[in-house]
Ligand binder design. Structure first.
Ligand code: PMP
Length: 396
């Protein structure tokens, strides 16, 4: 008798490379204790390090007060919240999304997972680029799909379109694109997105099966130097936008985001019903009602892009002065420098000895680099600079 309490599927999910490494780091490495030790400077995850603003707290407080007996009833997507999300999406992307095509979810996780399940059947392949967001592989496996990984161009951090083209097979159903990219900070230019669209159209025609694009845009409002973010959705009609409020509002523990379908998508009625079905059967993947009611107010809270640009510029200038090789991120709140000495795990340990916590590139299946997260405070950034210098000297 097979007495195992776990399914093959969950075993595969738990063994998925970045997910397993993340889990081990978070739960087993002592990180949870270490990050709270006095004097330790934490640059690992996109968690907030400043107290939430009064504006934010007030929006949630107001949303918690019931105004009628159905206030806390099941809610598939509050109309005012969905309208606010749709309006800002239209404004940000310059695409006339319809309110009925914006589906509020419990953040980016649920939006990506729902998109995969709506279009793909078990055994279908999902192509994405390394370094990836940690959870792509886990979400793909959990949906019964097959992850197919290609590398970005490591010199430019751009998508390697030839590698994507070569990875496509008759079983390819989805390509995930993440721009602005976690962890590289790269914002893919319109020319790349246009070529990608051509490539996906050609491959779909060749194989007689539509390939869909899932655009993971959790950071689409976090772009620097006045750059206008361009969404892959503008270029390829068979695309979904997965968005999370956790980044812009610096509150990933309060779950809200959406999956949006552009007006260019054929047969949107069927897609609408399919997304809702997956949200329900996936375990009620709608935000809690208080988050929904707060959303119109939360939408009006601006991300302090000047502050984050100052943090990026301070860190970049200091690292380069020390001798680090690091590209300028065009968006997100991450830096992805090369690990001095070449061994990212060893270098992360050298930084740890200085009391600075970062994530080694190996955790993103991209050895030789490491990730710095700038949700740390400006004060923490300034304190860390001599320590980054000391760690650099220790491997030099
Ligand atoms: N995509 C990317 C690229 C991310 O970095 C994250 C969060 N780290 C997500 C999706 C998921 O966002 P959320 O936790 O808000 O659902």
């Amino acid at each position: 008798m097979d007495g195992r309490p776990t399914s093959d599927r969950v075993e595969a999910v738990a063994a998925a490379t970045p997910f397993r490494l993340l889990y081990e780091f978070y739960r087993r490495s002592g990180y949870e204790r270490r990050r709270h030790e006095p004097g330790v400077l934490d640059f690992t995850f996109g968690d907030p390090h400043d107290l939430a603003s009064d504006e934010y707290v007030e929006a949630l407080r107001e949303a918690a007060v019931p105004r009628h007996e159905l206030w806390y009833a099941y809610n598939f997507g509050d109309r005012a919240a969905t309208e606010a999300a749709t309006e800002s999406l239209r404004e940000h992307l310059g695409i006339p999304f319809e309110v009925e095509d914006v589906h509020l979810t419990t953040g980016g996780f649920a939006a990506i997972s729902a998109a995969l399940k709506v279009v793909a059947d078990p055994g279908d392949e999902v192509v994405y680029s390394l370094p990836p967001w940690f959870l792509y592989e886990g979400l793909v496996l959990e949906a019964g799909l097959v992850p197919v990984k290609v590398s970005i161009d490591r010199d430019t951090f751009d998508l390697d379109l030839d590698a994507i083209a070569a990875a496509i097979t008759p079983r390819t159903r989805v390509v995930i694109v993440n721009s602005p990219n976690n962890p590289t900070g790269r914002v893919y230019p319109p020319s790349t997105l246009a070529h990608l669209a051509d490539l996906l159209e050609d491959a779909s025609q060749r194989h007689g099966r539509r390939i869909f694009l899932v655009s993971d845009e959790a950071y689409n409002r976090i772009v620097f130097d006045g750059t206008r973010f361009r969404s892959p959705v503008e270029f390829y009609p068979w695309s979904f936008v997965a968005y999370s409020y956790g980044k812009t509002l610096l509150s990933p523990g309060e779950r809200a985001g959406y999956l949006a379908v552009p007006p260019s998508m054929p047969d949107r009625e069927a897609v609408r019903a399919a997304i809702e079905a997956i949200q329900i059967t996936g375990g009620w993947l709608f935000p809690n009602v208080t988050m929904q009611y707060a959303l119109p107010r939360l939408e009006r809270i601006a991300f302090d892009i000047e502050l984050f640009q100052r943090k990026r510029d301070t860190m970049l200038a200091a690292l380069r002065e020390i001798g680090y090789h690091v590209k300028t991120p065009e968006g997100t709140f991450y830096l992805f420098p090369e690990a001095p000495g070449g061994d990212d795990a060893e270098f992360a340990r050298a930084l740890d000895r200085e009391g600075v916590l970062v994530l080694p590139g190996g955790m993103f299946e991209t050895p030789g680099f490491f990730r710095i997260c700038l949700t740390a405070t400006m004060d923490t950034i300034e304190q860390s600079l001599p320590r980054f210098a000391a760690a650099f000297a220790s491997v030099g």
